[in-house]
Design a protein around this ligand. Structure first.
Ligand code: NAD
Ligand code: GLY
Length: 388
């Protein structure tokens, strides 16, 4: 098993993330080791689709490990990551009489991981929380680092808390049932992390995509070399994210260096705007990030001396993630107007994460970027074609 430990400064909190094909088999012992010794009950937070694929065996393993297991299923989709689902989850927690010496386990993608984590953060002022991510995005990003939230009428993820999981279990075999668009979305996030992380993480991601394009990934699932490559890639991404989170757990507002947690938002200003102007219907979040990172890379050419050769390599690797939904009909002005929501979320100024080189991010205040540069970058990227 590839094991990544994450130790948070000053928070007296340390946890480990295990990555291995077949790890779901040991969900019982894993939960036993991660939860307080006196834990008796666990609530599995999931949805109907994920439960039908993986829930039964996980429930059995947890029971065999001596837990009384309750299952709470939420609706499937971003629109259910809201106060109404949160209230239902908390009521269920209360009905089971679960306590702070027990635990909540999220089994599924980032939507339910974020909601279950937030419910765990506020139920009895904080109850232990474990994550079993089953989408690529959740494995490399949302399950690690303790950001939890729900969406509101005034914005995505606007209400939430930092609540670190006590452990994360990643079984890449669960990706076998993920549809192609979800894989593309997850790999866009992987390219994002590589581009701001390091040259080697970017190259490792690119090499993987060259050998195993997401559209054909399932045919390799029984191949030992593929499994090893995928475990190594996931572990490398988790390691990178763990390092950033350990150095800046709460995304300090006053940091602007290249290891600030803000760098993980590379591409997100445009991505959030694209999601908003299309009513959160057209793009998976990671797909919007695919366009967002290409726009930010294009802006980097003018504002951060990101050289043409690097830009070409970068765009080629984004292309390897697969086909993105068409964006050529989207009004550029409405996208720029929607940036205001990110601006509101971040305070008086809006930061753009740009690239000086692949692996070397730079945080730039939006007032230092000419509007015409942003407009022409968006024109180029969105009008290009449906395949990035
Ligand atoms: P998701 O949770 O909606 O999952 C995508 C779809 O895949 C869903 O229909 C889900 O039911 C299905 N699914 C999950 N696992 C499956 C499997 N193994 N096989 C088949 N289908 C499966 O979406 P996501 O991309 O995982 O997460 C997106 C969410 O993550 C957003 O709400 C975003 O805000 C959040 N996020 C949070 C963080 C963080 O740090 N907390 C980081 C990035 C994104
Ligand atoms: N996904 C961004 C973060 O965890 O900070």
């Amino acid at each position: 098993m590839k094991k990544v430990n994450i130790a948070l400064e000053g928070a007296a909190h340390e946890y480990s993330i295990g990555v291995e094909f077949g790890l779901l088999e040991s969900a019982g012992e894993w939960a036993r080791a991660a939860l307080p010794a006196e834990a008796r009950k666990v609530i599995l937070v999931t949805n109907a689709k994920v439960f039908s694929l993986y829930g039964g065996p996980v429930e059995t393993k947890l029971s065999k490990a001596g837990f009384e297991v309750f299952v709470w299923k939420m609706g499937d989709g971003e629109r259910f990551k809201n106060f109404s689902s949160l209230e239902k989850a908390l009521s269920f927690f209360g009905e089971t009489r679960i306590t702070r010496s027990d635990g909540i386990i999220a089994l599924g993608g980032g939507v339910l991981g974020d909601l279950a984590g937030f419910a765990a953060a506020i139920y009895q002022r904080g109850i232990p929380f474990l994550q079993i991510p089953t989408t690529l995005l959740a494995m490399i990003d949302s399950s690690v680092g303790g950001k939890t939230a729900v969406n509101t009428a005034f914005g995505k993820n606007m209400i939430g808390a930092f609540h670190q999981p006590s452990a994360v279990l990643i079984d890449p075999a669960t990706l076998n049932t993920l549809d192609r668009r979800e894989l593309t979305a997850g790999f866009c996030e992987a390219v994002k992390q590589g581009a701001v992380g390091s040259r080697s993480l970017f190259e490792q991601t690119a090499d993987f995509l060259r050998i195993y394009p997401p559209a054909k990934i399932l045919r390799h699932s029984a191949d030992e070399r593929f499994r090893d490559h995928l475990e190594n890639l996931l572990a490398a991404h988790v390691r990178f994210k763990a390092e950033i989170v350990a150095g800046d757990e709460r995304e300090s507002t006053n940091r602007s260096d290249g290891r600030s947690r803000k760098i993980l938002n590379f591409g997100h200003t445009t991505a959030h705007a694209l999601e908003k102007v299309t009513g959160y219907k057209r793009f998976k979040h990671g797909e919007a990030v695919g366009y967002g990172i290409m726009a930010a890379a294009e802006i980097s050419k003018t504002v951060a001396n990101f050289v043409q050769d690097e830009l070409k390599l970068f765009n080629d690797v984004v292309r390897l993630t697969g086909v993105l939904p068409a964006a050529d009909d989207i009004d550029i002005k409405s996208v720029i107007d929607a940036f205001v929501f990110d601006k509101k979320a971040s305070g008086a100024s809006l930061n753009w994460i740009l690239l000086e080189r692949i692996g070397t991010p730079k945080i730039v205040d939006s007032s230092d970027i000419p509007k015409s540069t942003i407009e022409s970058a968006l024109q180029k990227v969105l009008r290009h074609t449906s395949t990035p």
